[in-house]
Design a protein around this ligand. Structure first.
Ligand SMILES: [Cu+2]
Length: 177
C-alpha cells in the first residue's frame, strides 16, 4: 500500500514540475509590465500552496515516528542469524512457522549488502542493510505460508544479481518450528 502511495505521489510531483516548467517556458518572452509579472505571481502562489500543504503533511508524518516494532511486546521471537557475503546469503535456518515472530540478526562479512525479503508474489515485504561490523535487527511475523526469497538490494559487485536464497514459511501447527 505504501509502495503504490509513494509511486502516486512521485508521479503527481513529476507531472506538477512538468506543468510548471511548460508554463514558464511558454511565458518567458512576455514583455515586462508594471509590478510582478504573471510568472512571478504564479511562482509566489505555488510557493505558498506548497508551503502551507507541506506543513500539515510533515506534522502528520512525524506523529507516526517512531514506528512501533512489528513484534508484539512480550512476544518470544525466534532469532535467525543472517550473514551476507559476495555473493550469497547464509541463514541459521530456512523454515519458519507462520504466526511466530522472527528476529533476523543481519550482518555482512565483507561489504555492504541489502537484505530484502520478497514474498511469494515477488513484492518486498521488509528489508534492512547487511553491514560489516554491525548487526541490524529486523523483526517480522509471517502470516502467509509459501516460498520467500532473499535478494540483495545494494549493488555489491559483479555477481550481485545472483545473490539470492529462499526459505519456506509453513502453516502454523501445534508444534513450534
Ligand atoms: Cu549484495
Amino acid at each position: 500500500m505504501y509502495q503504490s502511495l509513494a509511486l502516486t505521489v512521485t508521479v503527481l510531483g513529476i507531472a506538477l514540475i512538468v506543468v510548471v516548467f511548460l508554463y514558464f517556458a511558454s511565458s518567458a518572452r512576455e514583455a515586462p509590465g508594471d509590478g510582478p509579472s504573471r510568472a512571478a505571481r504564479w511562482r509566489n502562489g505555488i510557493f505558498w500552496v506548497m508551503l502551507l500543504s507541506f506543513i500539515p503533511i510533515t506534522v502528520y508524518s512525524l506523529t507516526l515516528v517512531p514506528f512501533p516494532a512489528s513484534v508484539p511486546a512480550g512476544g518470544n521471537p525466534l532469532v535467525v542469524d543472517v550473514v551476507g557475503r559476495q555473493w550469497s546469503w547464509s541463514m541459521s535456518r530456512n523454515r519458519f512457522a507462520a504466526g511466530r515472530p522472527i528476529e533476523f540478526h543481519v550482518r555482512a562479512s565483507d561489504v555492504n549488502h541489502g537484505f530484502a525479503i520478497y514474498g511469494p508474489e515477488m513484492q518486498v515485504i521488509t528489508q534492512t542493510q547487511a553491514m560489516p561490523g554491525y548487526t541490524n535487527v529486523l523483526r517480522h511475523t509471517f502470516t502467509a505460508p509459501g516460498t520467500y526469497q532473499i535478494l540483495c538490494l545494494e549493488y555489491c559487485g559483479l555477481i550481485h544479481h545472483a545473490m539470492k536464497t529462499t526459505f519456506t514459511v509453513v502453516a502454523a501447527t501445534g508444534t513450534q518450528l
